[in-house]
Design a protein around this ligand. Sequence first.
Ligand code: OOB
Length: 539
Amino acid sequence: MSSFLAHCTPWPAALAADYRSKGHWQGQTLSDLLALRVEQDGDHLAIVSDATRWTYRQLAQEVDRLAQAFTALGITKDDRVVVQLPNCAEFFSVIFALFRLGALPVFALPAHRKLEISYFCQHTEAVAYIIADQHGGFDYRPLASEVKAVSPSLQHVLVLGDAGPFAALQTLNSQAPLPAPPLASDVAFFQLSGGSTGTPKLIPRTHDDYIYSMRGSAEICQLSSESVYLCVLPAGHNFALCSPGSLGIFYVGGTVVMSSSASPDQVFHLISRERVTITALVPPLVPVWLDAASSLQPDLSSLQLVQVGGARFNSGMAARLVRELGCTLQQVFGMAEGLVNYTRLNDAESLILHTQGRPISLDDEVRVVDDEDQLLPVGEIGHLITRGPSTIHGYYKAAEHNARAFTVDGFYRTGDLVRQTAEGYLVVEGRAKDQINRGGEKISAEEVEHQLLAHKGVQDVAIVAMPDAYLGEKSCAFIIRRDNTLRAVDLTAYLRQLGLAAYKIPDRIEFIEAFPKTGVGKVSKKILRQMIEQRLASV
Ligand code: OOB
């Protein structure tokens, strides 16, 4: 047994032994799964992306080429590599090559900018940063230059497309012998936490724990080699990657179709051309797709299952989806920390429309507790805490935060307020964590507050969620300014120029003289939320 990656918390030995004996952890790595696919049906179509169509064998060849090339560059086991690629076939050749070496992808989102990426590089001491030249009208190469200048550990920037001053992924080549493969119990990569703290938290996931989640999810969604998954959400996000997502599809030998945009025109074309059977969406996309479908009348007859998750999904919209698309809906309530809940395909309509599902297996322990961690009677709303074969026991390099984020017996405090139905299904009722869920994109209020506090014109700031008809929630920053000439646009321009991802920039800024306080003298975000709600309602 090798030791667990430094600064990560392993599962307690007794739980790990239990998960192994029950067959939840089967000792396979993600690389083993790909090798098995090539052996069993190497000519099956694995990935479609623009003009690229790779069979499993072709995917594996690309993986081998990159694994050798990365080795020649000196990238090796446990090295961290920040991967920020759009939805494309190469996303998978890159991450499987890293998996093969035991090097650890850090899954950045395409929307991340200098602040986030340089933090990931510095915090993980990443040796490489992998990007596409351009995507969505943004050129990632100048960003990489800026990141490199402040990240001493970074030795390589590798670019898909026109590399500019860096090295091109496509032309890398080497005959370097590959090192021994990693173990299934090793950390395989880092997911990003939605976050509620000053700095983003990184989530170490092992091959064993991720494959447990992927296999269970693939079974729940009844995937087979006939399944065709349309990947619309960012490919590295847990929902699109493993719930069951692209990896779940690879596990059963199906086909993944990558979409670089979520626009109805493009996705409808891909669904009918590739006969897509399953896709995953965040709630704001649903009305956009439904409205477009009713006017464009695309051929969506192949679509069997639409998964919706990542944020609160209105049950009226859920009913509309089922009615208008005529396929099965599945609600998904998951988190990059591990636990994922699903409604089941043959559940009663009332469960599918009104609940967010139940965990993969009974060994995903879910408890609903009060503020003192005491179990609440079934049906009462409380804090969701959880422990299980895919839920981490600690964030990376975050000892102090871990002491708060996990209970003494290793349950992860999700920060979600839920109630459990008599059938054991979870209903998400709200949130205790200081976060804004902007249509599935999570914003830590504290992270953005920190950045704003550094502005010389800002005396104090508190960021809260405000209702939004399209996204569900948007962010509103209440600001006490030092000087009355400071304008909202000055602050948003400031954040943009610092290099904060656009989705984190407050949608609205309200200047205020003093903050409302709670009984104990803390800023009352509850009252601030009510204030902005009233203001929005009165216009
Ligand atoms: C998914 O993962 P993350 O890590 O981006 O966000 C997790 C948080 C949850 O703690 C919860 O606050 C919220 O997102 N959330 C939902 C939800 N699904 C996630 N809130 C209400 N209803 C839902 N259905 O978002 C994620 C990971 C895997 C699969 C699906 C989603």
